[in-house]
Design a protein around this ligand. Structure first.
Ligand code: TXA
Ligand code: MG
Length: 356
């Protein structure tokens, strides 16, 4: 049985935190909200607890975990040396959704880093995550609290769907505010490289660092091994086949959309759509009965990110066979949204700007 403990997302009660901290200290697993998604936490310096994280998630041992700390001051707990650039990055982005790849400290079990000499570290800003780190005085290893390969959880219900009975506690602090995972940044190369776009935008990193490279999703085999989160078909719904319509011209977009709706229905399958608020008038006029979720406004990609995973899960649970998703562009957090859609997609339909 997994104990679900409700906590105030701004100021969690001390007794709940003490219970969760005690559980972690004795090698147990606690899921908790961060500003990005829920994490599946265990004591990062306890090899048995780390082993249990991999088992609970069904995650292959070659996919390394992120270690969470209460502040940059705690870095010596888990890293060997601290590159000078870290203080600048920490000043701008910690606490927050930025994960840094750093030299692994000797006391971090190799199981955490999948045998690598580097360790991924982040300082989350969510008050529940912060309080848990401070009360437990632990470095907490926490991947997203979903079964391997599936969609990350943005609510405690999502966590329980995937991990009920596999973890001791979930701290339920409501929906997570950002909704997509942290940005993973490798600063070991001369030009810093984004291994996974996320909650901190490329633009924000460039404003501080100058040039930043983006490791493209079409990863080479070696890159995929360097960060297995780059692998195709990660973050995908279980049942629904996701088709991403990367078409900017509205006429072309809706022509393609209508084609896929009718093709799906001809096969006797159920189509559904994830769209923007701005698309609703069109859908109401043309496909009044089509199951759809408007994730937010095109002018507020933060709202799209916040609702994306819940939308994918809801469509899956509604028994949708083919999920049509429009593209939301790549500015700011749009880059992370597109990355996750690429990974979840079974098919991507592209049209160049000129409609060619
Ligand atoms: O927002 C987040 O980052 C959430 C919350 C819970 O903090 N965590 C999360 O963890 O998304 P996870 O395990 O689902 O994804 C961690 C990513 C993976 O793509 C993994 O391959 C990469 O970080 N990673 C971890 N350690 C690495 C390392 N030493 N070198 C390169 N990539 C690494
Ligand atoms: Mg994950």
């Amino acid at each position: 049985m997994t104990r679900r403990i409700f906590v105030d997302s701004h100021s969690p009660a001390l007794d709940a935190l003490l219970e969760a901290a005690e559980c972690l200290r004795s090698g147990g697993l606690v899921a908790f909200p961060t500003e990005t998604v829920y994490g599946l936490g265990g004591n990062a310096l306890d090899g048995r607890a780390v082993q249990r994280i991999f088992e609970a998630k069904g995650r292959p041992a070659n996919d390394p975990l992120i270690v969470h700390l209460p502040s940059a001051d705690a870095l010596p707990m888990v890293v060997k040396t601290i590159p000078t650039i870290v203080s600048t990055l920490a000043e701008h982005f910690w606490p927050g959704p930025l994960t840094l790849i750093l030299p692994r400290g000797d006391n971090v079990p190799l199981s955490v880093t999948a045998g690598l000499d580097t360790v991924a570290v982040r300082v989350p800003s969510h008050p529940v995550a912060q309080a848990l780190l401070r009360v437990s005085r632990l470095a907490i290893a926490a991947p997203s609290a979903n079964r391997f390969g599936g969609v990350s959880p943005t609510t405690a219900e999502h966590v329980l769907r995937d991990l009920e009975g596999r973890i001791e506690i979930v701290l339920d602090g409501g929906a997570t505010p950002i909704g997509v995972e942290s940005t993973v940044l490798d600063i070991t190369s001369p030009i810093p490289r984004i291994l996974r776009p996320g909650g901190v935008s490329r633009e924000a990193l460039e404003a501080v660092l100058g040039q930043v490279e983006l490791v493209e999703r079409k990863a080479s085999r070696e890159e995929a091994q360097a960060s297995p989160g780059l692998l195709d078909k990660h973050y995908a719904p279980h049942h629904a086949r996701l088709i991403l319509l990367e078409i900017s011209d509205p006429g072309e977009l809706w022509k393609e959309f209508a084609h896929h709706v009718s093709q799906t229905r001809q096969k006797g399958l159920r189509a559904g759509a994830l769209i923007a608020d701005e698309d609703l008038p069109y859908l109401e006029a043309r496909f009044p009965e089509l199951p759809r979720l408007a994730l937010g406004s095109l002018n507020d990609l933060g709202s799209i990110a916040r609702n994306l995973y819940a939308g994918m899960r809801a469509m899956d649970e509604a028994g949708i066979d083919v999920l049509l998703v429009r593209d939301f562009g790549t500015s700011g957090i749009g880059l992370a949204i597109r990355d996750r859609l690429y990974r979840a997609a079974s098919q991507i339909i592209r049209r160049a700007e000129n409609g060619a």
